[in-house]
Design a protein around this ligand. Structure first.
Ligand code: SF4
Ligand code: SF4
Length: 324
């Protein structure tokens, strides 16, 4: 597995994960379980299956081929697609991920999420977008899940990309032993570092892990002079108050080194389909998206503290920098 970690997607032309046009590699597997996660398909370390009810005609081919009786019998499509339907195609407790059902579905209603990829395959995919990197000042963003759980593979991948003179961003939660983080951080041109919550108890409630290691790693990275873009999701009822952000600003100003910028990311709920396709409930599914205008007062707080901050974190956005 370490030589061929699972990749859920290689996404092209992103403008929100580092400067210029980025091609993002999403590795599958994460030690955190952020309740608001926008990429729930990257959490598990195993392959998963999307079932897209709107594409399913309930033909029963998947039911016929499953060797483990892990596919539920067809029901009328309109019943399966009803808003309040609890029908889901696959019984996960019985499924061994043989993927025979995916092969049998000719309607695209079943899709394997997470395919093993070798270093060579990933590099070849990333090389294809070189003209876009060159024309936009962009490059590659290594993301997940949490890429640091594949530390040795990621180090070698970054060496291969550096040998090709490609710009690299590392997107991480920072939840990693320093011995793994440091050599990876040294290879990154920019680190996109998440600050999920300042208070450890709340961090643990929201993500499943405390934050001491993450905050300590952030201190060490700034002390080393790494280029860091800190990312803070503005989450309704959790990280959206002025008082909370005042405390964040005080913490950031106490760091031993500086941050290149801080990106305030308004929460959105556009990923509801992914949860449905995985057959998983989402506790933030009913939460309204935050409009960027609502984040303006928070932005002002950072700017007036002399911190370089943006709303949304676009790699093309003119950076708002305050003096003093
Ligand atoms: S094979 Fe595809 S379309 Fe047919 S029942 Fe299964 S998921 Fe639905
Ligand atoms: S992946 Fe294999 S075991 Fe799982 S539901 Fe599909 S056919 Fe059955």
């Amino acid at each position: 597995m370490e030589n061929r970690p699972l990749v859920t997607q290689i996404q092209r032309f992103s403008v929100n994960d580092g400067p210029g046009f980025r091609t993002i590699v999403f590795f599958k597997g994460c030690p955190l379980r952020c309740q608001w996660c926008h990429n729930p398909e990257t959490q598990s370390f195993s392959p998963e299956i999307y079932w897209k009810s709107r594409l399913c005609v309930q033909c029963g081919h998947c039911f016929d081929v499953c060797p483990n009786q892990a596919v539920f019998p067809p029901i009328p499509p309109e019943e399966a697609q009803r808003e309040d339907s609890t029908y889901y195609k696959i019984d996960k407790a019985k499924c061994d991920k043989c993927m025979k059902c995916v092969e049998a579905c000719s309607y695209g209603a079943l899709e394997q999420v997470g395919k093993p990829m070798s270093m060579e395959e990933i590099v070849e995919e990333l090389e294809r977008d070189r003209p876009f990197y060159d024309n936009s000042g962009g490059g590659v963003t290594i993301s997940g899940g949490e890429p640091l759980v594949f530390g040795e593979f990621i180090r070698k991948l970054m060496d291969a990309l550096k040998a090709r003179n490609l710009h690299i961003c590392l997107d991480t939660s920072g939840h990693s032993p320093w011995e793994i983080l440091e050599p990876v951080a040294e290879r990154a041109d920019i680190i996109l570092y998440d600050l999920k919550h300042l208070d450890s108890d709340e961090h643990e409630r929201l993500t499943g892990v405390p934050n001491q290691l993450i905050l300590h790693n952030l201190q060490r990275l700034t002390a080393k002079g790494c280029r860091i873009w800190l990312r803070i999701v503005v989450l309704p009822g959790c990280t959206d108050s002025i008082d909370y952000h005042r405390r964040v600003v005080a913490f950031l100003r106490s760091l031993p080194g500086s941050l290149e910028r801080i990106d305030l990311l308004p929460f959105h709920n556009w990923c509801q389909d992914k949860y449905r396709w995985l057959g998983r409930p989402w506790s933030f599914g009913e939460t309204e998206s935050v409009h960027p205008d609502e984040v303006e007062p928070l932005l002002e707080l950072y700017l007036s503290a002399g911190l370089n901050a943006t709303i949304g974190g676009s790699g093309f956005q003119a950076q708002a920098t305050a003096s003093g």
